[in-house]
Design a protein around this ligand. Structure first.
Ligand code: NAD
Length: 483
Protein backbone atom coordinates (compact mmCIF):
# COMPACT_ATOMS: atom_id res chain seq x y z
CA UNK A 1 0.00 0.00 0.00
CA UNK A 2 1.35 3.47 -0.86
CA UNK A 3 2.33 5.75 1.97
CA UNK A 4 -0.03 8.70 2.03
CA UNK A 5 1.71 11.33 4.11
CA UNK A 6 5.40 11.96 3.43
CA UNK A 7 5.88 12.80 -0.18
CA UNK A 8 3.71 15.81 -1.03
CA UNK A 9 5.67 18.39 -3.03
CA UNK A 10 5.37 22.09 -3.77
CA UNK A 11 4.81 22.49 -7.51
CA UNK A 12 5.53 26.23 -7.76
CA UNK A 13 9.34 26.31 -7.45
CA UNK A 14 11.90 24.29 -9.40
CA UNK A 15 15.53 23.43 -8.68
CA UNK A 16 18.41 21.34 -9.87
CA UNK A 17 18.75 18.28 -7.66
CA UNK A 18 22.40 17.66 -6.79
CA UNK A 19 23.39 15.17 -4.07
CA UNK A 20 19.81 15.34 -2.70
CA UNK A 21 20.02 19.12 -2.27
CA UNK A 22 17.77 21.56 -4.13
CA UNK A 23 20.04 24.02 -5.92
CA UNK A 24 19.21 27.30 -7.64
CA UNK A 25 21.41 28.94 -10.29
CA UNK A 26 22.12 32.66 -10.79
CA UNK A 27 20.46 32.51 -14.20
CA UNK A 28 17.08 30.94 -14.84
CA UNK A 29 14.89 30.33 -17.88
CA UNK A 30 11.27 29.46 -18.59
CA UNK A 31 9.57 27.07 -20.96
CA UNK A 32 6.17 27.82 -22.53
CA UNK A 33 2.80 26.15 -22.17
CA UNK A 34 2.01 25.55 -25.87
CA UNK A 35 -1.76 25.71 -25.41
CA UNK A 36 -1.85 29.10 -23.67
CA UNK A 37 1.60 30.49 -24.60
CA UNK A 38 2.03 31.38 -20.90
CA UNK A 39 5.47 30.85 -19.32
CA UNK A 40 5.96 27.88 -17.00
CA UNK A 41 7.69 28.40 -13.62
CA UNK A 42 11.40 29.33 -13.93
CA UNK A 43 14.02 26.58 -13.90
CA UNK A 44 17.82 26.61 -13.42
CA UNK A 45 20.34 27.17 -16.18
CA UNK A 46 23.16 24.79 -15.27
CA UNK A 47 26.82 25.61 -15.79
CA UNK A 48 29.89 23.38 -16.06
CA UNK A 49 30.28 23.70 -12.25
CA UNK A 50 26.78 22.23 -11.72
CA UNK A 51 27.56 19.38 -14.13
CA UNK A 52 30.85 18.68 -12.33
CA UNK A 53 29.11 18.70 -8.92
CA UNK A 54 26.36 16.31 -10.06
CA UNK A 55 28.73 13.91 -11.81
CA UNK A 56 31.07 13.88 -8.83
CA UNK A 57 28.14 13.15 -6.44
CA UNK A 58 26.91 10.39 -8.76
CA UNK A 59 30.40 8.90 -8.91
CA UNK A 60 30.75 9.01 -5.12
CA UNK A 61 27.34 7.34 -4.66
CA UNK A 62 28.03 4.53 -7.13
CA UNK A 63 30.07 2.07 -4.98
CA UNK A 64 27.47 1.88 -2.20
CA UNK A 65 24.45 1.92 -4.53
CA UNK A 66 25.83 -0.80 -6.80
CA UNK A 67 26.66 -2.92 -3.72
CA UNK A 68 23.13 -2.47 -2.31
CA UNK A 69 21.20 -5.74 -2.64
CA UNK A 70 18.92 -5.64 -5.66
CA UNK A 71 15.80 -6.23 -3.53
CA UNK A 72 16.57 -3.02 -1.59
CA UNK A 73 16.97 -1.08 -4.82
CA UNK A 74 13.68 -2.56 -5.99
CA UNK A 75 11.95 -1.49 -2.77
CA UNK A 76 13.14 2.12 -3.22
CA UNK A 77 12.06 2.19 -6.87
CA UNK A 78 8.59 0.98 -5.86
CA UNK A 79 8.46 3.58 -3.09
CA UNK A 80 9.33 6.21 -5.68
CA UNK A 81 6.54 5.01 -7.99
CA UNK A 82 4.08 5.18 -5.06
CA UNK A 83 5.29 8.68 -4.23
CA UNK A 84 4.54 9.79 -7.82
CA UNK A 85 1.04 8.34 -7.35
CA UNK A 86 0.69 10.41 -4.17
CA UNK A 87 1.34 13.59 -6.22
CA UNK A 88 -0.61 12.30 -9.23
CA UNK A 89 -2.93 15.26 -9.81
CA UNK A 90 -0.17 17.83 -9.39
CA UNK A 91 2.10 15.97 -11.82
CA UNK A 92 -0.77 15.68 -14.32
CA UNK A 93 -1.35 19.45 -14.09
CA UNK A 94 2.35 20.16 -14.68
CA UNK A 95 2.70 17.64 -17.51
CA UNK A 96 -0.43 19.09 -19.12
CA UNK A 97 1.14 22.56 -18.92
CA UNK A 98 4.15 21.07 -20.70
CA UNK A 99 1.97 20.32 -23.70
CA UNK A 100 -0.98 17.94 -23.61
CA UNK A 101 -4.58 17.77 -22.40
CA UNK A 102 -4.95 16.45 -18.83
CA UNK A 103 -6.44 13.15 -20.00
CA UNK A 104 -3.37 12.46 -22.17
CA UNK A 105 -1.05 13.64 -19.38
CA UNK A 106 -2.86 11.29 -16.97
CA UNK A 107 -2.28 8.40 -19.38
CA UNK A 108 1.44 9.21 -19.62
CA UNK A 109 1.83 9.46 -15.86
CA UNK A 110 -0.09 6.27 -15.14
CA UNK A 111 1.96 4.38 -17.72
CA UNK A 112 5.12 5.81 -16.12
CA UNK A 113 4.13 4.45 -12.70
CA UNK A 114 3.28 1.06 -14.21
CA UNK A 115 6.53 1.14 -16.17
CA UNK A 116 8.65 1.76 -13.08
CA UNK A 117 6.89 -0.95 -11.10
CA UNK A 118 6.98 -3.59 -13.82
CA UNK A 119 10.63 -2.83 -14.56
CA UNK A 120 11.49 -3.81 -10.99
CA UNK A 121 10.38 -7.38 -11.78
CA UNK A 122 13.31 -7.77 -14.20
CA UNK A 123 16.45 -9.54 -13.01
CA UNK A 124 19.78 -10.19 -14.67
CA UNK A 125 20.74 -13.71 -13.68
CA UNK A 126 24.24 -15.08 -14.15
CA UNK A 127 24.37 -17.44 -17.12
CA UNK A 128 26.58 -20.51 -17.42
CA UNK A 129 28.03 -20.41 -20.94
CA UNK A 130 30.59 -23.23 -20.67
CA UNK A 131 31.19 -26.05 -18.25
CA UNK A 132 33.60 -29.01 -18.28
CA UNK A 133 35.60 -31.08 -15.78
CA UNK A 134 38.07 -28.25 -15.19
CA UNK A 135 36.02 -25.09 -15.03
CA UNK A 136 32.71 -23.35 -15.13
CA UNK A 137 32.40 -20.09 -17.08
CA UNK A 138 29.62 -17.70 -16.17
CA UNK A 139 28.50 -14.43 -17.69
CA UNK A 140 27.68 -11.67 -15.22
CA UNK A 141 26.18 -8.24 -15.78
CA UNK A 142 27.77 -5.47 -13.72
CA UNK A 143 26.63 -1.83 -13.58
CA UNK A 144 28.53 0.79 -15.55
CA UNK A 145 28.75 3.73 -13.12
CA UNK A 146 27.35 7.21 -13.73
CA UNK A 147 24.57 7.20 -16.35
CA UNK A 148 22.90 10.18 -18.00
CA UNK A 149 19.42 10.15 -19.57
CA UNK A 150 18.88 12.82 -22.24
CA UNK A 151 15.14 13.22 -22.75
CA UNK A 152 13.02 14.80 -25.52
CA UNK A 153 9.90 16.95 -25.09
CA UNK A 154 7.14 14.71 -26.46
CA UNK A 155 6.86 12.30 -23.49
CA UNK A 156 9.00 14.14 -20.94
CA UNK A 157 8.06 11.91 -18.00
CA UNK A 158 7.67 8.45 -19.53
CA UNK A 159 10.81 8.51 -21.67
CA UNK A 160 12.97 9.74 -18.77
CA UNK A 161 11.52 7.23 -16.30
CA UNK A 162 12.03 4.47 -18.89
CA UNK A 163 15.77 5.18 -18.54
CA UNK A 164 15.87 5.92 -14.81
CA UNK A 165 14.19 2.65 -13.72
CA UNK A 166 16.52 0.21 -15.51
CA UNK A 167 19.60 2.34 -14.75
CA UNK A 168 18.97 2.30 -10.99
CA UNK A 169 17.75 -1.29 -10.94
CA UNK A 170 21.03 -2.42 -12.52
CA UNK A 171 23.00 -0.50 -9.86
CA UNK A 172 24.01 2.64 -11.77
CA UNK A 173 23.58 6.20 -10.55
CA UNK A 174 21.62 8.50 -12.84
CA UNK A 175 21.40 12.14 -13.93
CA UNK A 176 18.21 13.18 -15.76
CA UNK A 177 18.59 15.91 -18.37
CA UNK A 178 15.17 17.13 -19.50
CA UNK A 179 14.49 18.92 -22.75
CA UNK A 180 14.66 22.73 -22.39
CA UNK A 181 11.08 22.74 -23.73
CA UNK A 182 9.79 20.53 -20.88
CA UNK A 183 12.16 20.90 -17.92
CA UNK A 184 9.68 21.15 -15.06
CA UNK A 185 8.38 17.59 -14.68
CA UNK A 186 11.85 15.98 -14.76
CA UNK A 187 13.18 18.33 -12.07
CA UNK A 188 10.15 17.70 -9.86
CA UNK A 189 10.55 13.93 -10.20
CA UNK A 190 14.17 14.21 -9.08
CA UNK A 191 13.08 16.37 -6.12
CA UNK A 192 10.76 13.54 -5.16
CA UNK A 193 13.56 11.05 -5.71
CA UNK A 194 15.76 13.02 -3.27
CA UNK A 195 13.30 12.10 -0.51
CA UNK A 196 13.70 8.41 -1.30
CA UNK A 197 17.07 7.48 -2.80
CA UNK A 198 20.50 7.97 -1.16
CA UNK A 199 22.35 11.21 -2.13
CA UNK A 200 23.82 11.20 -5.63
CA UNK A 201 21.76 8.23 -6.88
CA UNK A 202 19.11 10.18 -8.82
CA UNK A 203 19.83 13.80 -9.80
CA UNK A 204 18.51 16.23 -12.41
CA UNK A 205 19.97 19.27 -14.14
CA UNK A 206 18.13 21.67 -16.40
CA UNK A 207 19.66 24.19 -18.76
CA UNK A 208 20.06 25.49 -22.25
CA UNK A 209 21.14 23.57 -25.34
CA UNK A 210 24.78 23.57 -24.15
CA UNK A 211 23.96 21.30 -21.19
CA UNK A 212 23.73 18.05 -23.21
CA UNK A 213 27.21 18.56 -24.71
CA UNK A 214 28.69 19.21 -21.23
CA UNK A 215 27.31 15.86 -20.07
CA UNK A 216 28.32 13.87 -23.14
CA UNK A 217 31.88 15.25 -22.85
CA UNK A 218 32.31 14.54 -19.13
CA UNK A 219 35.01 11.87 -18.59
CA UNK A 220 33.31 10.40 -15.50
CA UNK A 221 29.99 9.69 -17.23
CA UNK A 222 30.02 6.06 -18.36
CA UNK A 223 26.79 5.86 -20.34
CA UNK A 224 24.48 8.17 -22.26
CA UNK A 225 20.96 6.98 -22.96
CA UNK A 226 19.61 9.46 -25.50
CA UNK A 227 16.14 9.83 -26.98
CA UNK A 228 15.63 12.49 -29.60
CA UNK A 229 16.13 13.29 -33.24
CA UNK A 230 18.50 11.48 -35.59
CA UNK A 231 20.71 14.54 -36.33
CA UNK A 232 21.21 15.19 -32.59
CA UNK A 233 21.81 11.46 -32.02
CA UNK A 234 24.71 11.59 -34.47
CA UNK A 235 26.20 14.55 -32.59
CA UNK A 236 25.81 12.70 -29.28
CA UNK A 237 27.55 9.63 -30.70
CA UNK A 238 30.47 11.71 -31.94
CA UNK A 239 30.72 13.47 -28.57
CA UNK A 240 30.82 10.11 -26.74
CA UNK A 241 33.65 8.74 -28.89
CA UNK A 242 36.64 10.44 -27.18
CA UNK A 243 35.73 8.91 -23.79
CA UNK A 244 34.28 5.66 -25.25
CA UNK A 245 31.00 6.10 -23.40
CA UNK A 246 28.38 3.40 -23.69
CA UNK A 247 25.49 4.67 -25.71
CA UNK A 248 21.87 3.92 -26.45
CA UNK A 249 20.25 6.01 -29.16
CA UNK A 250 16.46 6.08 -29.57
CA UNK A 251 15.97 8.30 -32.59
CA UNK A 252 13.41 9.36 -35.16
CA UNK A 253 10.95 7.17 -37.02
CA UNK A 254 8.95 7.14 -40.23
CA UNK A 255 6.74 4.16 -39.45
CA UNK A 256 4.87 2.44 -42.27
CA UNK A 257 1.55 0.68 -41.67
CA UNK A 258 0.44 -1.77 -44.37
CA UNK A 259 -3.31 -2.32 -44.53
CA UNK A 260 -4.42 -5.41 -46.51
CA UNK A 261 -7.66 -5.68 -48.49
CA UNK A 262 -9.39 -8.10 -46.07
CA UNK A 263 -9.63 -5.90 -42.95
CA UNK A 264 -12.81 -4.97 -41.14
CA UNK A 265 -12.92 -1.19 -41.62
CA UNK A 266 -15.06 -0.54 -38.54
CA UNK A 267 -12.49 -2.21 -36.32
CA UNK A 268 -9.28 -1.16 -38.02
CA UNK A 269 -9.84 2.47 -39.02
CA UNK A 270 -10.29 3.86 -35.47
CA UNK A 271 -7.17 2.02 -34.26
CA UNK A 272 -5.10 3.20 -37.21
CA UNK A 273 -6.35 6.77 -36.77
CA UNK A 274 -5.32 6.84 -33.11
CA UNK A 275 -1.94 5.31 -33.91
CA UNK A 276 -1.28 7.95 -36.54
CA UNK A 277 -2.44 10.98 -34.55
CA UNK A 278 -1.43 9.93 -31.03
CA UNK A 279 -0.03 13.02 -29.26
CA UNK A 280 -0.86 15.01 -32.40
CA UNK A 281 1.64 13.05 -34.54
CA UNK A 282 4.42 13.81 -32.03
CA UNK A 283 5.33 10.23 -31.21
CA UNK A 284 8.46 8.65 -32.63
CA UNK A 285 6.36 5.54 -33.28
CA UNK A 286 3.18 7.10 -34.66
CA UNK A 287 2.15 5.72 -38.05
CA UNK A 288 3.74 8.20 -40.46
CA UNK A 289 3.17 6.40 -43.79
CA UNK A 290 -0.13 4.64 -44.22
CA UNK A 291 -0.20 2.17 -47.14
CA UNK A 292 -3.72 0.92 -47.93
CA UNK A 293 -4.58 -1.78 -50.50
CA UNK A 294 -6.07 -0.17 -53.60
CA UNK A 295 -9.20 -2.37 -53.44
CA UNK A 296 -10.35 -0.75 -50.18
CA UNK A 297 -8.51 2.57 -50.50
CA UNK A 298 -11.50 4.85 -51.13
CA UNK A 299 -13.70 3.34 -48.43
CA UNK A 300 -10.80 3.29 -45.94
CA UNK A 301 -9.88 6.91 -46.63
CA UNK A 302 -13.49 8.08 -46.29
CA UNK A 303 -13.83 6.36 -42.92
CA UNK A 304 -10.45 7.63 -41.74
CA UNK A 305 -11.47 11.21 -42.55
CA UNK A 306 -14.77 10.72 -40.73
CA UNK A 307 -12.91 9.38 -37.65
CA UNK A 308 -10.27 12.10 -37.60
CA UNK A 309 -12.97 14.78 -37.73
CA UNK A 310 -14.35 13.49 -34.41
CA UNK A 311 -11.04 14.02 -32.55
CA UNK A 312 -11.37 16.32 -29.56
CA UNK A 313 -8.59 18.87 -29.22
CA UNK A 314 -7.46 20.51 -26.04
CA UNK A 315 -4.72 22.05 -23.98
CA UNK A 316 -3.74 22.09 -20.33
CA UNK A 317 -7.09 23.55 -19.19
CA UNK A 318 -9.28 21.06 -21.09
CA UNK A 319 -12.09 19.49 -19.07
CA UNK A 320 -13.80 17.60 -21.89
CA UNK A 321 -11.53 14.56 -22.11
CA UNK A 322 -9.71 15.75 -25.24
CA UNK A 323 -6.63 13.75 -26.23
CA UNK A 324 -5.39 15.74 -29.22
CA UNK A 325 -2.71 18.28 -28.14
CA UNK A 326 -1.11 21.34 -29.69
CA UNK A 327 2.37 21.07 -31.21
CA UNK A 328 4.67 21.30 -28.19
CA UNK A 329 6.88 24.28 -29.05
CA UNK A 330 7.50 27.14 -31.45
CA UNK A 331 10.51 25.47 -33.11
CA UNK A 332 8.42 22.39 -33.96
CA UNK A 333 5.41 24.55 -34.84
CA UNK A 334 7.48 26.35 -37.48
CA UNK A 335 8.75 23.03 -38.89
CA UNK A 336 5.24 21.59 -39.13
CA UNK A 337 3.97 24.87 -40.58
CA UNK A 338 6.53 24.55 -43.34
CA UNK A 339 5.23 21.03 -44.06
CA UNK A 340 1.65 22.37 -44.18
CA UNK A 341 2.80 25.09 -46.60
CA UNK A 342 3.88 22.34 -49.01
CA UNK A 343 0.24 21.24 -49.44
CA UNK A 344 -0.36 24.18 -51.75
CA UNK A 345 3.20 24.44 -53.11
CA UNK A 346 3.42 20.77 -54.10
CA UNK A 347 -0.22 20.43 -55.10
CA UNK A 348 -0.94 17.72 -52.51
CA UNK A 349 -4.59 16.81 -52.05
CA UNK A 350 -5.78 17.25 -48.44
CA UNK A 351 -8.58 14.76 -47.73
CA UNK A 352 -9.24 16.64 -44.50
CA UNK A 353 -7.64 19.54 -42.60
CA UNK A 354 -4.82 21.55 -44.08
CA UNK A 355 -5.18 24.72 -42.03
CA UNK A 356 -3.11 26.07 -39.15
CA UNK A 357 -5.82 26.33 -36.56
CA UNK A 358 -4.12 28.95 -34.41
CA UNK A 359 -3.95 31.24 -37.41
CA UNK A 360 -7.63 30.66 -38.06
CA UNK A 361 -8.10 32.36 -34.68
CA UNK A 362 -9.98 29.55 -32.97
CA UNK A 363 -7.32 28.65 -30.45
CA UNK A 364 -4.38 30.58 -29.05
CA UNK A 365 -1.74 27.85 -28.91
CA UNK A 366 0.31 25.95 -31.45
CA UNK A 367 -2.60 24.02 -32.98
CA UNK A 368 -2.98 22.41 -36.37
CA UNK A 369 -5.99 20.62 -37.79
CA UNK A 370 -5.35 16.89 -38.12
CA UNK A 371 -4.58 16.56 -41.81
CA UNK A 372 -4.58 13.65 -44.27
CA UNK A 373 -2.82 13.83 -47.61
CA UNK A 374 -4.51 11.69 -50.26
CA UNK A 375 -2.07 9.49 -52.19
CA UNK A 376 1.08 11.64 -52.51
CA UNK A 377 4.03 10.21 -54.46
CA UNK A 378 6.72 8.12 -52.76
CA UNK A 379 9.19 10.93 -53.53
CA UNK A 380 7.17 13.67 -51.82
CA UNK A 381 8.54 15.26 -48.64
CA UNK A 382 5.52 14.16 -46.63
CA UNK A 383 6.43 10.53 -47.35
CA UNK A 384 10.21 10.91 -47.11
CA UNK A 385 10.44 12.99 -43.91
CA UNK A 386 9.20 12.55 -40.35
CA UNK A 387 6.83 15.54 -39.98
CA UNK A 388 6.38 15.09 -36.18
CA UNK A 389 3.03 16.83 -36.35
CA UNK A 390 -0.58 16.01 -37.27
CA UNK A 391 -0.19 15.42 -41.00
CA UNK A 392 -0.40 11.91 -42.45
CA UNK A 393 0.16 10.65 -46.00
CA UNK A 394 -2.10 7.78 -47.13
CA UNK A 395 -0.97 5.85 -50.21
CA UNK A 396 -2.28 3.02 -52.40
CA UNK A 397 -0.63 -0.35 -52.95
CA UNK A 398 -1.51 -3.42 -55.00
CA UNK A 399 1.21 -6.13 -54.74
CA UNK A 400 2.78 -7.67 -51.65
CA UNK A 401 6.38 -7.52 -52.93
CA UNK A 402 5.90 -3.91 -54.01
CA UNK A 403 4.48 -2.77 -50.66
CA UNK A 404 7.21 -4.47 -48.61
CA UNK A 405 9.83 -2.75 -50.76
CA UNK A 406 8.13 0.63 -50.35
CA UNK A 407 7.70 0.21 -46.57
CA UNK A 408 11.42 -0.62 -46.27
CA UNK A 409 12.47 2.18 -48.59
CA UNK A 410 13.39 4.51 -45.74
CA UNK A 411 16.54 5.34 -43.85
CA UNK A 412 14.44 5.02 -40.68
CA UNK A 413 13.38 1.74 -39.12
CA UNK A 414 11.72 2.34 -35.76
CA UNK A 415 8.26 0.70 -35.95
CA UNK A 416 5.97 -0.83 -38.57
CA UNK A 417 2.66 -2.69 -38.69
CA UNK A 418 0.61 -5.00 -40.88
CA UNK A 419 -3.17 -5.09 -40.72
CA UNK A 420 -5.00 -8.18 -42.04
CA UNK A 421 -7.53 -10.84 -41.01
CA UNK A 422 -5.21 -13.44 -42.50
CA UNK A 423 -2.62 -13.77 -39.72
CA UNK A 424 -0.37 -16.04 -41.78
CA UNK A 425 -0.18 -13.49 -44.55
CA UNK A 426 0.31 -10.67 -42.04
CA UNK A 427 3.20 -12.45 -40.33
CA UNK A 428 4.79 -13.30 -43.68
CA UNK A 429 4.86 -9.58 -44.49
CA UNK A 430 5.76 -8.50 -40.93
CA UNK A 431 8.88 -10.69 -40.82
CA UNK A 432 10.30 -8.88 -43.83
CA UNK A 433 9.89 -5.35 -42.45
CA UNK A 434 13.05 -3.49 -41.46
CA UNK A 435 12.00 -2.05 -38.10
CA UNK A 436 12.81 -2.55 -34.42
CA UNK A 437 9.15 -3.03 -33.41
CA UNK A 438 6.69 -4.73 -35.74
CA UNK A 439 3.04 -5.28 -34.84
CA UNK A 440 0.19 -7.20 -36.45
CA UNK A 441 -3.22 -5.54 -36.18
CA UNK A 442 -1.77 -3.01 -33.76
CA UNK A 443 0.75 -0.17 -33.63
CA UNK A 444 2.44 1.64 -30.74
CA UNK A 445 1.53 -1.18 -28.35
CA UNK A 446 4.37 -0.63 -25.87
CA UNK A 447 5.35 -2.56 -22.75
CA UNK A 448 8.18 -2.16 -20.23
CA UNK A 449 8.92 -5.87 -20.76
CA UNK A 450 9.55 -5.47 -24.50
CA UNK A 451 12.74 -3.98 -26.00
CA UNK A 452 12.27 -0.73 -27.82
CA UNK A 453 14.84 0.31 -30.43
CA UNK A 454 15.38 0.99 -34.09
CA UNK A 455 16.99 -0.33 -37.25
CA UNK A 456 19.13 1.91 -39.47
CA UNK A 457 19.04 5.65 -38.61
CA UNK A 458 16.36 5.10 -35.96
CA UNK A 459 18.94 4.19 -33.35
CA UNK A 460 21.47 1.95 -31.73
CA UNK A 461 20.68 -0.45 -28.90
CA UNK A 462 17.37 -0.79 -27.07
CA UNK A 463 15.69 0.65 -24.04
CA UNK A 464 13.30 -1.41 -21.87
CA UNK A 465 12.90 -5.10 -21.16
CA UNK A 466 15.74 -7.43 -20.25
CA UNK A 467 17.72 -6.29 -23.32
CA UNK A 468 17.38 -2.66 -22.21
CA UNK A 469 18.54 -3.61 -18.72
CA UNK A 470 21.63 -5.32 -20.16
CA UNK A 471 22.38 -2.03 -21.93
CA UNK A 472 23.01 -0.50 -18.48
CA UNK A 473 25.69 -3.12 -17.71
CA UNK A 474 29.16 -4.33 -18.53
CA UNK A 475 29.36 -7.95 -19.60
CA UNK A 476 31.85 -9.96 -17.57
CA UNK A 477 32.82 -13.57 -18.16
CA UNK A 478 33.99 -15.25 -14.97
CA UNK A 479 35.95 -18.47 -15.30
CA UNK A 480 36.10 -20.49 -12.08
CA UNK A 481 38.24 -23.66 -11.83
CA UNK A 482 36.58 -26.73 -10.37
CA UNK A 483 38.10 -27.86 -7.10
P1 NAD B 1 16.26 16.70 -30.04
O1 NAD B 1 17.20 15.75 -30.67
O2 NAD B 1 16.20 18.09 -30.52
O3 NAD B 1 16.53 16.81 -28.47
C1 NAD B 1 16.52 15.69 -27.60
C2 NAD B 1 17.32 16.01 -26.35
O4 NAD B 1 18.70 16.17 -26.70
C3 NAD B 1 16.94 17.28 -25.62
O5 NAD B 1 17.01 17.05 -24.23
C4 NAD B 1 18.01 18.26 -26.06
O6 NAD B 1 18.23 19.31 -25.13
C5 NAD B 1 19.21 17.36 -26.13
N1 NAD B 1 20.31 17.81 -27.00
C6 NAD B 1 20.24 18.67 -28.05
N2 NAD B 1 21.47 18.81 -28.62
C7 NAD B 1 22.31 18.01 -27.90
C8 NAD B 1 23.71 17.72 -28.01
N3 NAD B 1 24.47 18.23 -28.96
N4 NAD B 1 24.24 16.85 -27.11
C9 NAD B 1 23.48 16.28 -26.15
N5 NAD B 1 22.16 16.53 -26.00
C10 NAD B 1 21.58 17.39 -26.87
O7 NAD B 1 14.83 15.95 -30.14
P2 NAD B 1 13.41 16.52 -29.73
O8 NAD B 1 13.03 17.57 -30.72
O9 NAD B 1 13.41 16.84 -28.27
O10 NAD B 1 12.49 15.23 -29.95
C11 NAD B 1 11.87 14.89 -31.16
C12 NAD B 1 12.61 13.78 -31.86
O11 NAD B 1 12.82 12.70 -30.96
C13 NAD B 1 11.85 13.18 -33.03
O12 NAD B 1 12.73 12.95 -34.12
C14 NAD B 1 11.34 11.84 -32.49
O13 NAD B 1 11.09 10.87 -33.47
C15 NAD B 1 12.44 11.47 -31.58
N6 NAD B 1 11.96 10.55 -30.56
C16 NAD B 1 12.43 9.27 -30.57
C17 NAD B 1 11.96 8.36 -29.65
C18 NAD B 1 12.47 6.94 -29.62
O14 NAD B 1 12.34 6.29 -28.60
N7 NAD B 1 13.05 6.43 -30.68
C19 NAD B 1 11.00 8.75 -28.71
C20 NAD B 1 10.54 10.08 -28.73
C21 NAD B 1 11.04 10.97 -29.66
Amino acid sequence: MASTTNYKLDFTTFYNVINNELKSTPTTRTATNPSTLAPLPAVPVSTQADVDAAVSAAKAAFPAWSATPVEERVALLNKFADAIQENFNEFVGLLAAEGKPPSAAGWELQFTITHLKRTTSLRLEEEVVEENDEKIVKVRYTPLGVGVGIVPWNFPVLLGAGKLGPALLAGNTFIWKPSPYTPNTGLKLAELGAKIFPPGVFQALSGEENLGPMLTAHPDVRKISFTGSTPTGKRVMAACAPTLKRLTLELGGNDAAIVCDDVDLDKVVPKVALSAFNNGGQVCMDIKRLLVHEKIYDAFLAKLVETVKTFKWGGSDDTEGAFFPPVQNKMQFDKVKDMFAQIEKQGWKAATGGAVEAEAGEKKGYYFQPTIIDNPSDESRIVQEEPFGPILPVQKWSGEEEVIKRANNSDMGLGASVWSNDLERAERIARRLEAGSVWINNHLDLSPMVPFGGYKSSGIGSDWGIIGLKGWCNVQSLSVPKA
